[in-house]
Design a protein around this ligand. Structure first.
Ligand code: AP5
Length: 216
């Protein structure tokens, strides 16, 4: 049976970083709703134009559009063994839609690692993040610098800072997270699926805590 993991946590806590490592350690596919939107923005699709108008303000893209995008992605053959969701669901409506979609595939959300850190940590991490243009590999100028400044170690493409990592936008993203996504902590806790992970630790330590918790 397929395994479905939802990584929950505030902006910049390290969901994407950990999802990449978890996907390498398992046969699961990493699906990041933010990355899917960014690919659409890069390709200048209608979805990308719509998503950008929300993302630039640090607001959530409307549920219906987001749910349709995820529905399409999880129906691809590479998702058969399961998925690590990063950044989705983000609202109660999205969580309910996900249960329905996975139910249709004969599965359900198995476990929800909830990665936490205080606001100062989130601001420092988003402020120092650099991402690669070609494939979205993520670095941090202090905690995970590339070998050569401004160049991706993996594919040699240029590194850039995300528009929505500007200070004011990050502040709104954190506000939106508390307002619209926090109810999911309670939702998954009540469902007995939540495991809390201290995301303020080093990347390696968070990975090892996550793997240990998932083994249980
Ligand atoms: P999205 O791209 O999902 O952003 P986010 O959830 O705000 O999360 P981030 O990507 O900012 O952070 P992360 O937790 O993945 O951290 P990372 O590993 O990169 O969403 C962007 C926007 O798209 C939203 O605002 C919204 O508009 C839209 N959107 C997306 N999904 C949506 C949805 N479901 N519904 C509606 N709208 C949606 O790490 C951050 C930095 O810290 C990196 O530089 C990394 O190297 C570093 N780092 C990571 N871990 C550590 C560590 N342990 N120690 C030190 N540094 C670390």
């Amino acid at each position: 049976m397929a395994t479905y993991i939802v990584l929950l946590g505030p902006p910049g806590v390290g969901k994407g970083t950990q999802a990449v490592v978890l996907a390498q350690a398992t046969s699961l596919v990493h699906i990041s709703s933010g990355d899917l939107f960014r690919v659409n923005i890069k390709n200048q699709t209608e979805l990308g134009k719509l998503a950008k108008s929300y993302m630039d303000k640090g607001e959530l893209v409307p549920d219906d559009v987001t749910i349709a995008m995820i529905r399409d992605r999880i129906s691809q053959p590479d998702c058969k063994a399961g998925v690590i969701f990063d950044g989705f669901p983000r609202t109660p409506k999205q969580a309910q839609a996900l249960e329905k979609m996975l139910g249709e595939l004969g599965g359900h959300v198995d476990v929800v690692p909830y990665i936490t850190a205080d606001e100062q940590v989130l601001i420092e991490r988003t402020g120092g993040r650099w991402s690669c243009r070609a494939q979205g590999h993520v670095y941090h100028e202090k905690f995970n610098p590339p070998k050569e400044a401004g160049v991706c170690d993996v594919d040699g493409s240029v590194l850039y800072q995300r528009d929505d990592d500007k200070k004011e936008t990050v502040a709104n993203r954190i506000h939106v997270y508390f307002e619209q996504t926090m109810p999911l902590v309670d939702y998954y806790h009540k469902a007995g699926k939540l495991i809390e992970i201290d995301g303020a630790k080093s990347m390696e330590q968070v990975t090892s805590d996550l793997l240990a918790a998932l083994k249980k």
